[in-house]
Structure formats: structure tokens, C-alpha cells
Design a protein around this ligand. Sequence first.
Ligand code: GUN
Ligand code: ZN
Length: 429
Amino acid sequence: MTDTLLRGRLLSFSAQPQDPDDTGAYRYEEDGALLLRDGVILASGTHDEVAPQAGGATVIDHRPHLMMAGFIDPHIHFPQLQVVASWGRQLLDWLNGYVFPEEARFVDPEHAQAMATRFLDLLCAHGTTTAVAYCSVHPASADAYFEAAAARDMRMIGGKVMMDRNAPDNLRDTAQQGHDETEALIAKWHGRGRAGYAISPRFAITSTPEQMEMAGALVAAHPGCHVQTHLSENRDEIAFATSLYPRARDYLDIYDHYGLLNDRMLLGHAIHLSDREVARIAETGARPVFCPTSNLFLGSGLFDEARMRDAGACNAIATDIGAGTSYSMLQTLNEGYKILQLQNQSLHALRAFDWITRGNAAALGLADRIGTLDAGTEADIVILDARATPAMALRMERVERLEDELFVLQMLGDDRAVAQTYVAGRPQK
Ligand code: GUN
Ligand code: ZN
């Protein structure tokens, strides 16, 4: 197979930048290069270092654009492509009114397959090369999702939601069925190619104690799988969830009781939490997932990033499509910046770009494979153009420093700023 040499401005993080001057946390090369072979980054560095190793490689010159690790979206709903931008309700009404009817359509495998292709097209167009998705309750939706990802050799994680109450008849499994279908999907997909399975009890409201018990058994039996659910997104949700589990100390304790909390657990939203819950999240290593555009869209509340981080939690950041309003991790950072501003927490651009690449990879326990441009890691790469729109180009006339360019991308960028996306070394457009 022919090697590929990408040339451009190279930026890759090795740690979370502590402040805008923390130059030790990243590598930046004005004239950088990446040598790709068989889906892996073989060499990474300055063009002068890498070019002599390139032999007869095909050269693609992306200068003056920035080459970064592909973005990672650790919380998104695959069956909600056609829910995005549905008007006017908060979480529980929005779920019942819009989401459940739409997810019911995924009983049809042909619909699921058609949507899976569109879903991955959208992710790649926005520079996202790995996502962790909820599929619908139907195993065929997870099959469609993983088949489409395998066809592109994309590192995708996901699972069918388990939900056996408080949902329409055509969207409920049973505790046993949810367990058995999840078990079969893990056997079929987890570790096959780049696929990873996430055991997915949707949230406490839609699972009976019997189903939670079965989810706990799956987590114990498959320690290599991720686990994902929703936690404390909305106050009505919290009241309903805790009323269904009266013996739990608080919302988090429901999941804790069934053995779901570990460092592969992704807790979507995690907004309205007691000090006890925050401390317990940090203690178990479970990963809170901040979903800025969704939290603003549904009026859910403001994620307190500093509080979680100070307690020792490893926070992820994600779109949460279809409550989220953009597939773009850049737009997610834009809204995330504003949510943190409201709490006097200033998210600087170096930290922001570390977060959507290496940081989210670390939250998933995958930083040795994705999220950086280090040699030996997988060749998932995004090429960014900070002058992609007239407004960006005009702003860039006054920009001299890397961190200011990144901030322009963070606040003004979207899919138009993505000049190219490589998945396992293959260009997506
Ligand atoms: N809580 C349970 N299910 C969902 C969902 O699909 N979206 C959001 N935002 N919250 C949820
Ligand atoms: Zn969600």
C-alpha cells in the first residue's frame, strides 16, 4: 500500500494546558509533516525530519492549514438526526413528543442503514472521527451503526439503549431481552476492527430495577466495554428518577447501587449534583460529559466544570445531538466557552482544543490510540482552515499568535472550517 505524506502546520497535545502560556503541553510545527501507512501514523514531526523517511509516498500539501487529531464526540444519539431543532420543550416533554416517535422508526433496518451512512457523513464533514453513540432500542440500529463504521474503518463506540418502562410499547425491551440483545451485540461487535461497545441503560427513568440489575451484570461480565447513561440533566428528571428508586440516596446512587460506576462509565450532563455525588463521581473515576449546546437548547442548566475538575473528575465534552444543535465540536466549544463564562470560568483555546482531541480520548481510556498525532497512533486527522469564511478571514488579518487563531476557530468555526478529514489515513472528501 502506498504511503501518504501530509504536510501542513502541525498541532498535537500531550497534556492538558494549564494556562495560555503552557507551551510544554503541546507540539506545534510551523512546517510539519505526517507519514501515514495502513491507517497508522508512522512518523510525525517537522517536514525536514519526516520527509526523508517518505520514499515514494503520495504527498498532500495542506499548508497553510492546521493538522490536528480528529475530534472526538463522546455523547451523541444516532437515531436523533431528524430530531435536531425541534421546538420549544424541556427534557421530558421533548423526549416524549419528539425523540421517542423518531427512534421508533429505527425498527426498520433499511431506515437505520440509510441513516447510519448519513450520520457518519455528517460526523466526518464536521471533523469528528470517533463518537460514542446511543442507538435505538432495536438491535438492528446498532448493527447498522457498526456496519457503516466498519465500512470506513472508523473507531466508533456505541450500543443499543436498554429501556423497559416509561416509553411507548414499540420502544421498550424487557430486562431479559435488553440483557440478551446487549450480550449478543457485544459478542458480535466489541473489539471487531475498530468497534467498541457501550452498555447503554438510557437513564434511570426508562429502566426498571430488574433492568438496572441486568445492566450491572453486563458491566461486571464485560469490563472492557464502555457504559453510558444520563445523569441529573433536568430538575423534573431528577425528581422523577429518584421517586422511582426511593431507597437511593440521590440520583447517582441509583447507578452506583447496581455497580455501573467505573472509569469506563460516561455520565451525560451531570449538571445538578450534590457535593456527595461530585465526590463519588471522582472516587469511582466515572466521566461526566458536558453537553453545552444541548444544555442551553433544552434549558437544562450550567455544567460546573471547575467544580468537577477540582474534585478530581475527568470531564469530557460532547454534542448530544439531537438535543445538541450542532454536530461541530468547534461550535460545542463555542457554547461551552459561554456557559463557563457565566460561571467565571474562562476556557482558553489551547485547553479547548486539547479537550476535544486528547482530553476526550483520555476520558475514553483511548489516548494511546487516538486524540494525538503521535507516531504509532491511528491516522484520524482533521485539517482546519481558520480563514474558511469571510468573517473568519477578516478576523484572521489581526491574528498573530497560535492561541488566537485557535480561538477564532473555536468561536467562529464549524464544518466550513474543516478542509479535510482523514479516517484511518483515508480522506473523506
Ligand atoms: N435523557 C434520556 N434520554 C435522553 C436523550 O435522548 N437526550 C437527552 N438530552 N437526554 C436524555
Ligand atoms: Zn444524551
